[in-house]
Design a binder for this molecule. Sequence first.
Ligand SMILES: C[S@@+](CC[C@H](N)C(=O)[O-])C[C@H]1O[C@@H](n2cnc3c(N)ncnc32)[C@H](O)[C@@H]1O
Length: 248
Amino acid sequence: MEEMKYLCEVYELLPRCGPGDNESTRRAFNSMLKPSAQPLILDIGCGSGMQTLELARISKGKIIALDNHQGFLDILMKKASEDGLEENIIPKNISMLEMDFDPSSFDTIWSEGALYCMGFQNGLKRCRQLLKDGGYLAVTELVYIVSDPPIPVVRYWESEYLDIKDVKSKVELIENEGFQLLLNFTLPESSWLNNYYLPMERELPELKKKYQNNKTALGVFESFQREVDFYKKYSKYYGYEFFVMQKK
Ligand SMILES: C[S@@+](CC[C@H](N)C(=O)[O-])C[C@H]1O[C@@H](n2cnc3c(N)ncnc32)[C@H](O)[C@@H]1O
């Protein structure tokens, strides 16, 4: 799909490919009760890997950084080498829908803003199979952060992400899938703006100039701008929730 090329070109220019920040990654990591001294971690949908690098710094473990876009893995490994972390990170270009790891392989599975690509519930099931007993899963997931979001917000998400629910429904799902929830918290607005939407807004004018005669590219950039504008208007109704859980 031609759009994907321009989507990736935008993402490759940003500090990360979705909302998040290192402080939230650390907060989630520190809520794990007894992490192994040198854990084996799988980071699903790692993108350009801001959280992968932070995990490498704080966990002292080995991280398999999985994504199906080679451009993101290249950016991640360049930064890893600049930070002296390349020994800790093993890039793997494969679809999360085709993971071929043995069951019970991982101490921890991480997935910021990406588990939805295989369906949140299906993702929980798949991660449970891949985790050792007592292993940890930390994910961020799009949620309504109020119980009665206004109609324009519901309409928007009905067309963009039907699986969006309130936090309580996601917690029920997590517990029904055989996990004990250890911590959940909503990412601050700054983690949508500082590493993601504001850098995106800074890059869009240059990209629009570069592709001024390309309708497909311009369509992609306009839809990004609409997404940013929508967030600025309605950010108090939806957000990303960090869920940290342990396999029962
Ligand atoms: C919203 S981004 C999040 C990236 C990163 N975790 C972050 O928070 O910056 C989602 C990531 O999932 C990856 N992705 C999407 N579908 C995938 C699939 N089927 N298999 C592996 N990775 C996938 C994308 O390439 C992208 O890097």
